[in-house]
Ligand binder design. Sequence first.
Ligand code: PMT
Length: 401
Amino acid sequence: MLRNKKIILGVCGGIAAYKAVELLRLLTKAGAEVHVIMTRAAEEFIAPLTFQTLSSNPVHTGLFDLIAEMEIGHISLADRADLFIVAPATANVIGKIAAGIADDMLTTTVMATKAPVLFAPAMNVNMYSNPIYKDNEQKLRRLGYLFESPVSGTLACGWEGEGKLAAPEAIFEGAVAALAEKDLAGLTVMITAGPTREEIDPVRYISNHSSGKMGYALARAARSRGAQVILVSGPTALSEPEGVTLIRVTSAIEMQSEVMAHVAACDVVIKAAAVADYRPLIRNSTKIKKNAHSVTIELVKNPDILAGLGAMDYRLKPRPFLVGFAAETDALAENAAKKLNEKKLDMIVANDVTQSDAGFNVDTNRALLFFRDGSSSDCGLMSKDKLAGTILDHVVARLVK
Ligand code: PMT
C-alpha cells in the first residue's frame, strides 16, 4: 500500500518527537519515500540528522530552504506528496493551521498541499480538553483533515489522561487507511468480533479464547476503504479502532439484539465473533459457594445469530452480503461448506484453530474461503490485517457483480 508513496512527515516540538523516528522507520520499511519537515521547536527535542539518516533524504527546517533545481521548497514538497502526516502535532500547530496561519515550513507546506493530511496530536491533557483546541480539531475534521487520536496514559508533564501520542503502529495504520482505495465508500459494514461471555454467577462465566484481533482487523480495513463500520464487539483488551461505531456487548443475547437492531442499515455483515453456543440456564444472583464436591450447570443453546440473519425475510429490505467464519478443529472444508449452506451465507472464512499460527489470539491466520457459487480460495498463512484486506477484496468483487 505505501510502496513508492511520497509521504511528508511533519514533526512538531514535543517530548513525543522521538516517537516520530519509529513511525519513520515503519513508513520506510513499508517502501514509502519519506521527507521530514521539522519545526524549530522539534529541533530542541531531536536532531534533524536522525531523521535525515533514517529517511535518506534531507530534512527541511527553514521556510526559505531551497532544494534542487531552484524549486520553491515548500511548494515542491506539497505538490509531490501523496500523504502528509503531522506527528506529533501540537496544539500550537493545529491551531495555526485551523486559523490559516502559515509562518514556517511545516504550516506553509500543509496549507499548500492537496494531499490528505493526517494529524496525530500529542499534548497535555488539559490542553487536549480545552474547548479552543477542540474547536480547532472539529473545524479541521469538517474540512476533511484526518486525525489519529491520542491515547490515555501518563503524560510527560506528570498528568494522567488523554493526550499521549497514538502508538507509531496506529499512526502507520492511519496512513494506510488514508491512502487506501475507497471501494467501500457509501456502504455500511457490520462486523462482529471477540468472544461472548455467558455468566454463571456474579464472578464466573463461560467464554472462549477469541481476542477480537480478526474482527478488529476487518473493522480497520473496512474503515480504510471508506465504509461506515459498525463493530459489535464482545469483551476484548484491544483499543477502539478510530472512525468506527463500536458497540460493546457481553453475552450472545446482547450481541444478537445489537446485530438485529442494525442489520437493516447494512450492506455487508461479517461475523468474526466467537459466539458461545451455550449459556447457563440459570444465572445465580449470588456467588455459588464451594460446599459441594461437584456442581452441575445446565446449559441451554444460544440463538445462532448468523443463521438468523441468513433465514430472515428480506422482502422489505435488501439482503446484506453475509460472511461467516468457521472455527474448526477437523474436517475444515466439509464443516465450513455445511455452515455456508445451512446458514445461507454468501461466503465463509474457514480457519483451523488447532494451528499455532492461526485462529484464536494470534496475529496471523490461515484461511480457506468458500463462496455460495461453489468456488473457493486458499489464503495460506498471512497476518490478520492482510487476511482482512483479502476478505474485503472478495466481498467487493462479488458486491459489484
Ligand atoms: O478473535 P481472534 O483471537 O482474532 O480469533 C479469531 C477467530 C478464531 C475467533 C475467528 O477467526 C473465527 O473463526 N470466528 C468464528 C468463531 C466461531 O464461532 O465459529 P463457529 O464455527 O462456531 O461459528 C460459525 C459462524 O456462526 C461464525 O461466523 C459465528 O460468528 C456465527 N455464530 C456462531 C454461533 C452463534 N450462536 N451465533 C453465531 O452467529
